[in-house]
Design a protein around this ligand. Structure first.
Ligand code: PLP
Length: 417
């Protein structure tokens, strides 16, 4: 193969220029260079439609929801609940009562661990998580397990970044009460076989929580089809605002779970003789919610639904293929995470420098990547690495971004090798 064949594969009908033009932040220079934003697994950028929806909410409609006897409150409530309906439809939830607003994936997982876990985990019970989970899908389970005397155990992951399903089978027994699994690894990009895992877990009576933080932006998720018990994700990783997320749960589980926090909104009535909790979803939404966040989430759903998602998926796959091939051709770098099924996350290390030094040189050239353990220390420890450089691509990235990254890495090699 000639040195530049990898560039030729970037032919797609997806109109990346038109999509990219909707993201004002990408039109700037950083450190004297056009911004090359390759930190999308940490957070995605926001299209004009999301920015405008949030600004217009504050400009014209700002008010508290559910309780005001005035026009602004009615408008705010309509947008807030309208966004919930959009999310319900987006993930094919049977009802919008099962769509709980949270601060993000982390809060959704903490809610389940705390509320469902305290109620259902007994001493000696087991919670399985994969060895490549983000800390937010490990620590909440460790906290509740410690409290109730249960155990959190890793599902092994191999050198390529693939879950060993045979070992998973052998770990399953009737003491396993919860399997909490990332749909996609943020550190390695591996796509996990959640449907298989859900079927197998259900066969022994375990519940399954899917951490969809890294998958929700990449393809449509149908909660009824995959049959997960819980699904958590964050708005900011799907072109929406920070501080906003969703927890979906099966209705029969949510109905019987105790509230996560107490306060206003989550009650039907309060007296010193006893308090009656509100119905779903409000039982889990104590306090004034992030109304602008919900509006932004609704706009992000509209943005995604307006896209050619399969074209975007093909485009991202082509970017990953081109970037990985270019990196190998450059030499001196090693890919970390080589699963056959991956999203466009390219994690790598160099044999001549620490990831952080490479990240600094890239930043000087306006290239934003992430370096470190990516909140996935157990898998980094397993691989004997302090961390990696992670370039994570989104649908607005281009061949020019890959060219800039490769030029930046060539420079890093020149300075550091
Ligand atoms: N799970 C995964 C796989 C992630 O990548 C992240 C964030 O990077 C999280 C959970 C936590 O998401 P948040 O910080 O939005 O709560």
């Amino acid at each position: 193969m000639s040195c530049c064949n990898w560039r030729l594969s970037l032919l797609t009908s997806f109109d990346v220029a038109a999509v990219r033009a909707q993201f004002p932040i990408l039109q700037q220079e950083v450190n004297g260079h056009p911004l090359v934003y390759l930190d999308n697994a940490a957070t995605t950028q926001k299209p004009e439609s999301v920015i405008e929806a949030i600004a217009n909410y504050y400009r014209f409609d700002n008010s508290n929801v559910h309780r005001g006897a005035h026009a602004l409150s009615d408008r705010a409530t309509e947008q807030f609940e309208g966004a919930r309906n959009k999310v319900a439809e987006f993930i094919n939830s049977p009802t919008s009562l099962q769509v709980l607003w949270t601060r993000g994936t982390t809060e959704g997982i903490n809610l389940v661990a705390s509320s469902w876990g305290r109620e259902h985990l007994q001493p000696g019970d087991r919670v399985l998580v994969s060895a490549m989970e983000h800390h937010s899908n490990i620590v909440p389970w460790q906290m509740v397990a410690q409290e109730v005397g249960a155990k959190v155990e890793p599902i092994p992951v191999d050198e390529l970044g693939v879950i060993d399903l045979a070992v998973f089978d052998s770990l399953l027994d009737e003491r396993v009460k919860m399997v909490a699994l990332g749909h996609v690894s943020n550190a390695l990009g591996s796509i996990n076989p959640v449907e298989d895992v859900i079927q197998k877990a259900h066969a022994v009576g375990a519940k399954v929580l899917v951490d969809a933080a890294q998958s929700i932006a990449h393809w449509p998720i149908d909660v009824q089809r995959i049959d997960c018990d819980f699904l958590a994700f964050s708005a900011h990783k799907m072109f929406g605002p920070t501080g906003m997320g969703v927890l979906y749960g099966k209705r029969e589980l949510l109905e019987t779970m105790r509230p996560y926090q107490g306060g206003g909104e989550m009650i039907e009535s309060v007296s010193f003789a006893g308090t009656v909790y509100n119905r779903l979803p409000y039982k889990f939404e104590a306090g004034t919610p992030n109304i602008a966040g919900a509006v932004g989430m609704g706009a992000a759903v509209d943005f995604l639904r307006g896209l050619d998602r399969s074209g975007a998926d093909t485009h991202e796959k082509q970017l990953l293929g081109a970037a990985e091939q270019a990196l190998i051709e450059l030499g001196g770098f090693k890919l970390v995470g080589r699963a056959e099924h991956k999203v466009a996350v390219m994690s790598f290390v160099a044999d001549f420098a620490h990831p952080q030094d490479i990240g600094m040189i890239l930043d000087q050239q306006g290239i934003a990547v992430r370096t470190g353990n990516h909140c996935a220390q157990p898998i980094m420890d397993q691989y004997g690495l302090p961390g990696t450089v992670r370039a994570s691509f989104s649908l607005y990235n281009t061949q020019a971004d890959i060219d800039a990254l490769m030029a930046g890495l060539a420079k890093a090699k020149m300075f550091l090798a």
